[in-house]
Design a binder for this molecule. Structure first.
Ligand code: ADP
Ligand code: MG
Length: 724
């Protein structure tokens, strides 16, 4: 047996693997939300007055009446137990990008030794997980180690079915006992409140008397890779780091000939159907489609929902993608860059704001009046991205996303806004004060009160922009595939709250001076464009010219790594933003910096250690084995009177020893622990560890091109990516 026999076996097994039987046929209407305790299930099981009360809390944001908790808990438990659930879990969203759960049984042992099922309002409303095992960025060191979860009434409870039984899951917030947010949900909810307040103020100034609460919406497009579990289990890097730390780019780049694995697309298809079916039962409106960009890469894009629910659903979707993959013999990779040289994965966060009375506020309307309103909200976004671009960058900063941002396939690390040709022209005209005539026939009607009539041009796309207007929403394209969408949504809502507040104040003072509304709007938008128009960019975001122009002429920040961008969270203007909007206290913000920085450092350290181990114990031995085989073969040939020079042996031995030298440098670099600040340590990771890791890799990948394939210990890119 050669040492790559596991690889050979894997290929053989995969080629002969039968897909699991397809799920269904199930009718969408029959399974839709069957595992969700939603309003209709509440209506069916709750007393009328209780239902009315909880509906008001969910729909209009009225405070929760604590006296109804018992009734809701009982109905929820009965529903869950009838569906086979024996456990319930408070689900929460710690400051990492993960989801956490604390499970408890409904069972309660009585004094007489009997057992009853119990689930009171009190346990529904509040839980107390072992908070100390979740990152808190120092918050609880200074106070107390306890953390509480609290029921989020606005995100429906659901049943998670697994092979080990079903669990009633209750989405919750996670706070310290002194009330600090330890999670991503609390700030998200607060950011919506802040945005709602400023948005309503502006809408009233625009003349609306009936103004419903404003919420933000999110539709996230999730990209992911599927790798066969037989290969993944032979790649310690995929298992521990979620990405390949080694691997020579395949000869054909992204266009493989995949007929050899003809059975596989069917497996993927069956997997996708299975995922969809689970998501439908959970009330998650998924739409699936194949992604042709990279081999083995796919995308799933649920329909947009209110930001808070969308965010919980997004977390759930990532869990379902991963769990279901196992069942189908795949490993689902959510990492932003699992394969070097192959397109990475993002999560486009489509974001808009709106309410029940005025609709989508980022949708250009049919009348000049609606368009004025649209331009005000759009102007607020422009101001926000310009003022808080570095914060947007920080919100998507992770060790894994650093591999993707700025590569010529993903948006750059410079935050700019793409508006589309028509809208950019309108704002340009507002800036120069020449909103007088139509530039595109039939497009702008400037007859009425200097306000343009807009048409939608949703077809106008710019794939190179990190933040693009796409007809009735903005698409934050720089978000990473493994990230929680909460972080980006918090930042978008908060910066919009700040901008709308500023615009509201400016409009108010113009109106107070007797200026007509339409003129006041143009005046204020002109100011916005003069101060913040530099962030609008419609060109090629990948180009070198833009990188130069953005920084040198437009004064925008280019923050290429997490080490460069996370310290933004410590800047005073960011602290002010979060404090005045009530989204994060300075302590909460500081703790986020600490947690995110720690995550960054830890993930690079883990990868660096793994590079050392894999290179030493897998790749170096393969190189030596090959050298030894070569020398035996050459000796044998010499015995037959055939003299051969082996260039290959020379190359392999040089590469192997250079690799070993670099491994030793990396090992030594990992020993350094004395850093004055967290920032220093992050920069050390970015500027010392990462380059050394890359260097080890370059030798290893070169070796992969020299060493006999039969001796190579790791499944190759070609093998792993053939799954299509
Ligand atoms: P693309 O054309 O960008 O590939 P898709 O139509 O597949 O996009 O997905 C776009 C995502 O944007 C979907 O999740 C969709 O529901 C969401 N979306 C559509 N309209 C809005 C909106 N007004 N606000 C937020 N998200 C939206
Ligand atoms: Mg998109």
């Amino acid at each position: 047996m050669t040492s790559n026999s596991a690889r050979v076996q894997a290929v053989f097994q995969i080629a002969n693997r039968e897909p699991l039987p397809a799920t269904g046929p199930e009718r969408l209407e029959e399974i839709w939300a069957e595992n969700v305790f939603n309003l209709s299930k509440m209506q069916a099981s709750l007393p009328k007055s209780v239902f009315r009360s909880i509906k008001n809390t969910i729909v209009t944001g009225d405070p929760l009446d604590p006296s109804i908790a018992d009734a809701v808990a009982t109905a929820m438990r009965d529903w869950a137990m009838a569906k086979g659930a024996l456990y319930y879990a408070h689900v929460f969203y710690p400051m990492t990008n993960l989801t956490a759960e604390k499970h408890d049984g409904f069972i309660s042992v009585q004094g007489d030794g009997n057992v009853i099922s119990e689930f009171s309002g009190k346990v529904l409303v509040q839980g107390e997980p072992d908070g100390s095992s979740f990152p808190n960025g120092g918050i609880r060191d200074t106070f107390e180690a306890r953390g509480y979860t609290g029921w989020d009434v606005t995100s429906p409870a659901y049943i998670m079915e697994t092979d080990n039984g079903s669990t009633l899951c209750i989405p919750t917030v996670f706070v310290s006992w002194t009330g600090e947010a330890l999670d991503k949900k609390v700030p998200l909810l607060r950011s919506i409140v802040a945005m709602d307040k400023s948005a309503r103020k502006v809408l009233k100034l625009l003349g609306h008397t009936n103004v419903a609460p404003v919420n933000s919406s999110c539709g996230a497009e999730q990209e992911y890779f599927l790798v066969d579990a037989n290969f993944a289990s032979q790649r310690p890097d995929l298992l521990l780091a979620g990405r390949t730390l080694f691997g020579k780019p395949p000869a054909k780049g992204q266009e493989f000939d995949d007929h050899y694995f003809g059975a596989i697309p069917e497996r993927v298809q069956v997997y996708m159907q299975d995922v969809e079916c689970i998501l439908y039962k959970l009330g998650i409106p998924a739409k699936t489609r194949h992604n042709e960009v990279a081999p083995g890469q796919f995308e799933i894009a649920p329909f947009f929902e209110a930001a808070n629910v969308a965010s919980d659903h997004q977390q759930l979707l990532m869990t379902v993608l991963k769990h279901t993959a196992k069942k189908h013999g795949f490993v689902c990779l959510l990492h932003e860059k699992p394969f070097a040289g192959i397109n990475g994965s993002g999560k486009h966060v489509n974001w808009s704001v709106g309410n029940a009375t005025q609709g989508n506020l980022l949708d250009p309307g049919d009348s000049p009046h609606e368009n004025a309103q649209f331009l005000v909200f759009c102007g607020a976004v422009i101001r926000g991205v310009h003022k808080y671009g570095p914060l947007m960058r920080a919100a998507i900063a992770t060790a894994s996303n650093d591999h993707r941002l700025g590569a010529n396939e993903a948006p750059p690390a410079i935050m700019s806004v793409y508006l589309g040709t028509q809208l950019e022209e309108v704002f340009e005209q507002i800036k120069t004060g020449t909103v007088t005539e139509s530039t595109q026939k039939g497009v702008m009607d400037l007859g009425v009160a200097v306000l343009p009539n807009l048409t939608k041009d949703a077809g106008d796309r710019n794939r190179t922009s990190p933040f693009a207007f796409t007809g009735n929403r903005f698409e934050f394209r720089a978000v990473g595939s493994s990230q929680s969408v909460s972080g980006p949504l918090i930042v978008l809502n908060t910066m919009l709250a700040d901008s709308l507040d500023w615009i509201g104040n400016r409009l108010e003072s113009e109106l107070a001076q007797g200026v007509e509304l339409s003129t006041a709007i143009i005046t204020v938008l002109k100011e916005v464009m003069l101060s913040h128009g530099a962030v609008v960019f419609g060109g090629n975001g990948y180009s070198e010219e833009w990188h130069k122009m953005a920084v040198e002429e437009r004064g925008l920040s280019n923050l290429p790594t997490t080490a460069d961008s996370l310290p933004v969270l410590k800047e005073e203007y960011i602290e002010d933003l979060f404090e005045k909007t009530g989204v994060l206290t300075p302590v909460e913000l500081e703790s986020r910096f600490e947690v995110y920085a720690e995550q960054y450092i830890l993930s690079i350290e883990v990868e660096a250690k793994l590079v050392v181990t894999m290179a030493k114990t897998l790749i170096y031995p393969a190189a030596l084995e090959y050298l030894s085989k070569l020398s035996t073969t050459m000796a044998n040939l010499a015995g037959l009177g055939i003299a051969m020079e082996s260039e290959v042996a020379k190359t392999v031995s040089e590469l192997a020893s250079s690799m070993m030298t670099t491994i030793n440098q990396l090992s030594a670099a990992l020993e350094k622990h004395d850093f004055a600040t967290t920032e220093d340590k992050m920069h050390y990771c970015a500027n010392t560890l990462r380059p050394l890791m890359d260097e080890v890799r370059s030798y290893a990948d070169a070796l992969e091109g020299e060493v006999a394939d039969s001796l190579w210990p790791l499944p190759t890119y070609q093998e792993m990516l053939f799954v299509k």
